[in-house]
Design a protein around this ligand. Structure first.
Ligand code: MN
Length: 473
């Protein structure tokens, strides 16, 4: 059974031993962020954290690290909590094949229980806001799904968007939002501003776990995130209309904040410790005016710590980054076997492929750079042979150790686009990108002296199964 809201998922996590309730009183800062920083260091089965005894807040409920381990990510997809990353990526690929599955409108969303409008709004009354990293310029909301429509085609459900963007709290009813040019919301905003309009949005917080996954998936512009949620859930995603802006929002959210991104207005936002593990400084960003907040009674504030890997965001944006890249590459290059883009949202991408002819691996690497995800991320692409599992880093290091000769196997493509947050770019937004061909050359390519490769013995697989069953006794 898929989860229709965050609370039912938290219950399952608790039943599975994947949620820790912190009963002792904690300080809002630095305890909550520090605990969420620490949680993933517990390993592949790290738990979510739940705080309801926070000094200085009346009745705060804060959930952290909800997606912050492979175990929790597996449970979010309704899989066994012991599934490894490769199994989860493979299952994600199988479910993606069912895309699109249309969402269904459902009545009586729980978030309709309480509302506040206009000048009565004080976001600090609704959310127990905390800062995450010492250098952050203020309070952030960083795990909300932001819903908007294409202003030139508002009836199109394909062109609508659900995405996670960083949001800074600037006042009682004022927020800032960062629309990275590579992301769909930036296109919506540009069109609204060309029309001389504000962009209506709904910011939904405390969502069912699949919504957070699809909202951070690099889908194509005209692919609907709820229709991917349906494919991943195995049944349609429940949605409802937001009361003020009539936007399609998740039915089960804890909180729905409606308002507009004010056209042609920018103010300083930041700094903020980003998914890259580096701060991005203060920059001119958009300004949001909040017009209405709807919220479930006793709302749970879901928040996400990010910093030096691995943190929750590295689990949240791992499988969902590999899969669209894999499906897009597969269209033109059926020889592609697997894609690992689980490191820092795919700033490094590892691809295994068969070779059609000499130079083929480099061509696959070039294609990675021109996918929708590759345009903004993928700064380094490592291409390995089909026998090498890109999720098995010792094997990838073996390929780099033995198959790569810098004379000819390193292709640098100067001045390609990258998102402005990538710290390796001297000028934000432009960077030289690298393809490493770590495959065994095939004719007419003549690199190195490979002779014959040592392959696994034919009986190895049989023995692996035998040893596993002996070890499990
Ligand atoms: Mn989109």
């Amino acid at each position: 059974m898929p989860y229709d809201d965050l609370r039912s998922f938290l219950q399952t996590l608790e039943k599975e031993g994947q949620l820790l309730r912190i009963a002792d009183e904690v300080m809002p800062e630095p305890d909550i962020a520090a605990a969420a920083n620490a949680a993933p260091r517990l390993g592949a089965a790290a738990p979510a954290l739940y705080f309801d005894n926070v000094k200085g807040f009346t009745n705060a409920r804060i959930a952290m690290n909800v997606h912050g381990s492979w175990a929790n990510h597996a449970l979010a997809l309704g899989m066994d909590k012991n599934s490894g990353p490769k199994d989860q990526v493979d299952e994600f690929i199988r479910r993606w094949a069912n895309f699109p599955v249309k969402p269904v409108y459902r009545d009586n969303p729980p978030w309709a229980q309480n509302t506040v409008e206009g000048d009565e709004i004080n976001i600090f009354d609704v959310l127990p806001l905390i800062r995450l990293n010492d250098g952050d310029g203020g309070f952030y909301i960083d795990k909300a799904a932001v819903v908007s429509k294409d202003p030139d085609d508002p009836t199109s459900t394909d062109k609508q968007n659900v995405g996670i963007y960083r949001i800074q709290v600037k006042g009682r009813r004022k927020l800032a939002l960062q629309p990275v040019p590579m992301h769909d919301i930036a296109q919506h905003l540009r069109k609204a501003e060309e029309r001389g309009e504000d962009l209506p949005i709904a910011i939904t917080l405390g969502n069912d776990p699949v919504i957070s996954i699809v909202a951070s998936t690099p889908m194509e512009y005209d692919q609907n995130e709820y229709e991917l949620a349906g494919a991943l859930r195995g049944e349609p995603a429940p949605i409802a209309r937001s009361p003020k802006n009539n936007l399609p929002v998740p039915w089960g959210s804890e909180i729905v904040i409606e308002g507009v991104i004010e056209g042609r207005k920018r103010e300083i936002e930041g700094p903020f410790g980003e998914f890259t593990g580096h701060y991005s400084g203060g920059r001119n960003m958009t300004v949001i005016r909040i017009d209405k907040i709807s919220y479930r009674t006793d709302p749970v504030f879901e928040h996400l710590y990010l910093g030096m890997p691995w943190t929750e965001i590295d689990y949240l944006m791992a499988a969902n980054t590999c899969v669209p890249l894999y499906t897009q590459l597969k269209k033109d290059f059926p020889e592609v076997q697997a894609v690992n883009a689980t490191y820092t949202h795919g700033l490094v991408v590892i691809v295994s492929t068969k070779k059609r002819y000499g130079g083929f691996a480099k061509a696959v690497g070039m294609r990675v750079l021109t996918t929708p995800h590759g345009l903004g991320y993928a700064a380094t692409v490592i291409v390995v042979d089909e026998e090498v599992d890109p999720f098995n880093l010792p094997q990838v290091m073996w390929a780099l150790s033995t198959k790569m000769n810098p004379a000819g196997d390193l292709v640098v493509v100067p001045k390609l686009p990258v998102l402005g947050l990538a710290p390796q770019a001297t000028t934000p937004g432009i960077v030289d990108k690298l393809i490493i061909d770590a495959t065994t050359p095939v004719a007419p390519d003549t690199r190195g002296n490979y002779g014959n490769q040592v392959l696994d013995l034919p009986e190895m697989g049989e023995w692996l199964t035998k040893l596993q069953s002996l070890a499990a006794r």
